[in-house]
Design a protein around this ligand. Structure first.
Ligand SMILES: [Zn+2]
Ligand SMILES: [Zn+2]
Length: 376
C-alpha cells in the first residue's frame, strides 16, 4: 500500500520513504504537517527513520501531547530517535523467534499445572544475535574501500538492519518448532508484531491463529484518542486491581450504537450489538479455563437475538478494524481526515465508557502477563 492521498501535501519532503501501515497513516492525518516534518527531520539521513518505524500508538501519543501538553511536544519528538534503533532491533529478534519464546514460556506454565507438553518442542535456542551482517568486518577492512565507497556501504548496511524487522516470520506450527494440535495461548507477541501480522488478514484481528490478540493500541494511545485523563486511568487501574466489571454479561449490556458485526464481516449478524465484559474466572482448573484467564474483564460486542451464532467480536478488534476502514464511520464524510476527527469524537462521547472498560482490561491482562513472567 502507498501513501494516503490526503497526506500528499504534508509528506512531500519525505514521500520517497516507505509508507507506514494504514493505521499509522490515519493517525498521521490527525497531526499537522509541520509536526510531521519535525518528526521526519529528527532522523533525516540516519536510518532507521521515524517516519517508517513509529507505531500507531507512537503517533497517537503525539496527538495526546499536542492536545494536552503542547509545551512538551519538542521534547517528545526529540525523544523518539533515541529509542527507535533499539526497538527495531528487538522487533527483528521477535519476528524471528516468537514461536520459540512462546513455546518455552507455555512449557513452564503447563508443567506447573501438570498438563501434556508433547506438542511443545522447546529444544531450540532463542537467538538474540543480529543475523544480517553481510560481510565480516575483517573482509571489509581488507577491501581498501575509498571513503565514498565505505560511507555508501555503511549507509546500505544500516538500511538493511533497519529493514530486518519488517520481515515477519509467521507464527506457523510447521516452521522448526512443533505446535501440532494446540494453538498457543500465551500472549507474548508485542504490539508491533500484532500490527504487522494483522495486515495479512485485512485488519481482522479475529482471523489470526488465536482469538486472544488485542489491538496494538497502548493505554496512552487510547488516552489520546478518547481524551482520557490521568485521573480516569488511575480509576481503571483500581478497577483492574479490584476485579471490577462494569458491564457483566448477566446484565442488559451497554447500548452505544455500536456497528452491527455484519459491517466488520459479511455474513455475520446485522442487528445492533450491545457491549458486555467477560467475567473473572476462579483459579483455572483445566487448560480451557486457563486459556480464558487472558480475556478476564475484556469488553466484547454481542447481539441480543436468541440462538444467533454469528454475533460476537471483541470491542478492541472492532476499533482496530474501524480505524483501518474509516468509511464505516460515515461513507459520505468529505475526507478521511475529518472521519478521523469524528472517530475520536465518537470515542470521547458515546463510546467513552467502553474505552474505559478496555483500559481496565489492559491493566488486568498486564497483571496476568506479569504473573507469567515471574514464573518463566
Ligand atoms: Zn492528557
Ligand atoms: Zn444476532
Amino acid at each position: 500500500m502507498g501513501w494516503h492521498p490526503e497526506l500528499a501535501a504534508a509528506i512531500r519532503p519525505f514521500s520517497a520513504l516507505r509508507p507506514p501501515t494504514v493505521h499509522c497513516q490515519i493517525a498521521m492525518l490527525a497531526i499537522p504537517a509541520d509536526v510531521l516534518l519535525q518528526v521526519y527531520e529528527a532522523t533525516m539521513g540516519r536510518p532507521p527513520f521515524l517516519i517508517e518505524n513509529l507505531s500507531f500508538s507512537d503517533w497517537a501519543s503525539l496527538v495526546h501531547v499536542m492536545q494536552c501538553k503542547p509545551q512538551e511536544l519538542d521534547a517528545k519528538v526529540q525523544d523518539f530517535p533515541s529509542n527507535i534503533a533499539e526497538s527495531c532491533r528487538k522487533v527483528a529478534i521477535e519476528n524471528r523467534e516468537l514461536s520459540l519464546i512462546i513455546a518455552k514460556a507455555e512449557k513452564i506454565i503447563l508443567e506447573l499445572h501438570g498438563y501434556d507438553l508433547s506438542h511443545l518442542d522447546t529444544a531450540g535456542h532463542v537467538s538474540i544475535s543480529q543475523r544480517n551482517e553481510t560481510f565480516s568486518e575483517t573482509y571489509i577492512n581488507r577491501m581498501s574501500l575509498s571513503q565514498a565507497e565505505l560511507e555508501y556501504f555503511r549507509k546500505k548496511e544500516a538500511e538493511r538492519m533497519s529493514n530486518a524487522h519488517t520481515e515477519l516470520t509467521p507464527l506457523t506450527r510447521d516452521a522448526g518448532h512443533k505446535f501440532a494440535k494446540n494453538s498457543p495461548f500465551l500472549l507474548l507477541a508485542s504490539d508491533s508484531w500484532t500490527a504487522k501480522a494483522v495486515q495479512r488478514v485485512h485488519n481482522r484481528l479475529w482471523k489470526l491463529d488465536t482469538f486472544n490478540y488485542t489491538a496494538p493500541i497502548s493505554v496512552e494511545a487510547y488516552m489520546a484518542l478518547a481524551a482520557i485523563t490521568d485521573a480516569e486511568v488511575e480509576n481503571c487501574r483500581s478497577a483492574a486491581r479490584n476485579g471490577t466489571i462494569y458491564f457483566p454479561a448477566t446484565r442488559g449490556g451497554f447500548d452505544a450504537e455500536f456497528p452491527p458485526i455484519a459491517e466488520l464481516e459479511k455474513g455475520k449478524c446485522a442487528n445492533r450489538p450491545l457491549l458486555h465484559q467477560k467475567g473473572i474466572p476462579k483459579f483455572p482448573a483445566n487448560l480451557s479455563e486457563l486459556k480464558k484467564l487472558w480475556n478476564a474483564g475484556r469488553p466484547y460486542l454481542k447481539c441480543t437475538c436468541p440462538s444467533c451464532e454469528k454475533n460476537f467480536t471483541w470491542f478492541d478488534h472492532m476499533i482496530w478494524y474501524i480505524i483501518g476502514n474509516l468509511d464505516k464511520i460515515d461513507p459520505r464524510a468529505p475526507s478521511d481526515k475529518i472521519r478521523m476527527l469524528e472517530f475520536q469524537a465518537l470515542l470521547r462521547t458515546t463510546w467513552r465508557k467502553a474505552i474505559l472498560a478496555q483500559i481496565s482490561f489492559i491493566f488486568m491482562r498486564e497483571y496476568m502477563i506479569k504473573i507469567v513472567s515471574l514464573l518463566t
